[in-house]
Design a protein around this ligand. Structure first.
Ligand code: HEM
Length: 148
């Protein structure tokens, strides 16, 4: 069962990643409408709450967040999603290389984070098409975040 689950997550992530790679340039250049399409601040706040509810207790990655101040990370992720999707926010946190340096985050841990991100969007009522548009922005950050 666990193997099946893992395979399912892997397959889903692979499909999303391929789609994202194909769309990434186009979306980054043009997808400034995404913030509004998502439903603005309320949806982004809900996604972030759902995301933190998952990653902070996910036994595969929670150990990395032992020292983390939840509210602070929440506010930074909200601002980042808002800005990256074309919303009226300024992300003022660290860039992705600085934020994750020294953590030795593996591809497998990145995949766990992304599957929690997908589950969070699902729980926040974000449609599959919109989920893909969000992933197209965040998936290319993998190389800055991971160390492998
Ligand atoms: C696209 C994926 C990701 C995004 C957009 C993201 C975003 C962020 C942001 C905005 C911060 C705050 C930076 C700051 O302090 O200024 C942060 C910190 C952090 N991220 Fe990520 N992250 C991602 C993936 C991951 C993954 C895969 C892991 C681990 C498996 C991870 C673990 C952490 C940890 C431990 C911190 C430090 C939190 C603290 O301040 O204690 N992140 N991330």
């Amino acid at each position: 069962m666990t193997t099946l689950n893992y395979q399912w997550i892997k397959n889903k992530w692979m499909v999303a990643f391929l789609a994202c790679s194909l769309l990434a340039f186009q979306v980054q250049a043009e997808d400034k409408q995404l913030y509004n399409d998502l439903g603005g601040a309320d949806t982004i706040d809900a996604i972030t709450t759902e995301l933190l509810d998952r990653i902070l207790v996910n036994e595969k990655i929670a150990f990395l967040f032992e020292e983390t101040n939840r509210q602070d990370l929440h506010d930074k992720i909200v601002n980042q999603i808002c800005m990256e999707t074309g919303g009226p926010c300024e992300y003022e946190g660290l860039d992705m290389i600085e934020a994750h340096s020294g953590m030795d985050i593996k591809y497998s841990e990145f995949d766990v984070f992304v599957s929690d991100f997908i589950a969070a969007m699902e729980a926040a009522g974000v449609s599959y098409r919109l989920q893909n548009r969000v992933l197209a922005i965040f998936a290319p950050m993998r190389e800055d975040i991971t160390y492998e």
